[in-house]
Design a protein around this ligand. Sequence first.
Ligand code: ATP
Length: 441
Amino acid sequence: MFMADADLMETLVSLCKRRGYIFQSSEIYGGTGSVWDYGPLGVELKRNLKDLWWSAMVHQRDDVEGLDAAILMHPRVWEASGHVEGFTDPLVECTRCHRRFRADLPEVEGGQCPTCGTKDAFTAPRMFNLMFRTFMGPVEDAAATVYLRPETAQGIFVNFLNVQGTARQKVPFGIAQIGKAFRNEITPGNFIFRTREFEQAEMQFFVKPGSDDEWFDSWMDTRMRFHRDLGIRESKLRFHEHGPDELAHYAKKAFDIEYEFPFGWKEFEGIHNRTDFDLSRHQEYSGKRLEYIDAPTNERFVPYVIETSMGVDRTILVLLADAYREEEVEGEVRVVLGLHPRVAPLKAAVFPLVKKDGLPELSLKLQADLRKAAIPAFYDAAGAIGRRYRRQDEAGTPWCITVDGETAEQGTVTIRERDSMEQVRVGLDQVVGWIRERLAG
Ligand code: ATP
């Protein structure tokens, strides 16, 4: 059973804290606005997601190269990209309670303050730039101003020729990177959905103008397939095409991949046709040519860019919201985080049925074998076996392995599958292969 939407967010926040997935940043100081820390299980989930993305986008393709660009960039980058002038949201302030909001929130558009409820007490909207600003070096003046990048894409554009030349790539090809981005959002919220510090997994694919529509369609398919392969329910995924009023200034076409979150259908990845906007602007602002020369014809052109931009944290929220369910089992509520085994932080847990007769030693040996095979496994000898199962169900661990009297005698263990709760008997020396097979399938 999946939970009623209204309660799901609160339930997820508390499960994430209880199980060590996600904590509020600086919690002992009362927390800081809209920033979150990933705990022991959360960091594994996030790494697994990023590794799967990297594998699909870089390792398994000949036409995409990786990059890890710095967060701080030359300030002119953000003038060229249009962010200094235009990366703004309209901001209003309630003259009664002095809280500030994005003017385009539905409640605010209706004239009512979401905090104190006062009607028609907003100031006129002013444009607020979402970039975080700081200073490079010891002098705090305008010449030393730098920005924390609000998107990872610009690091890719300015390195277009470096990567193309050194990797000897020919257009069409792409550059992928995963990294932090910062936006001073006016109204953050919904847990890790909208935060001020977050991670993006972006890929810019450089194509010959004229072939951009075809590549756009192909990347839409590829990216949607990626999310389906993570086990996300199909009925909760859809595309949303940007209408003319939603399109960014640089975009010819844009589709969002949306998930039906407990608070409605929302974007968690964008696919954009950015045309030659970025490379042309960097050419203009830097004075350096950013053209590609097509080998046989010597034709010069500035490539068009198809971008796929996934929010890592938002996708984590998709995975968690999609996986959470409560079931009634023998009169008790069973909480299950049905994460796909490939993203699950722990793949297995090993339990000695009792803490004697050499079972703990056999269990620890099995845990060590699993670890050696790069299968993260947890050892738990505390409490009744049912309680140990429930703890792992809630943590999202797909397989629980119990070592019992028969293990010592016949060399077999019981593997219990999280979702079906079915149990099978498997030879001790077969366990690694049994799990590997399921992780690959
Ligand atoms: P939104 O309209 O929700 O602000 P956006 O259209 O500005 O998002 P993009 O600039 O296309 O988002 O960024 C690509 C992806 O980065 C988004 O799909 C989202 O997953 C992620 N992202 C953007 N802003 C945030 C944020 N403040 N917190 C977490 N993730 C974000």
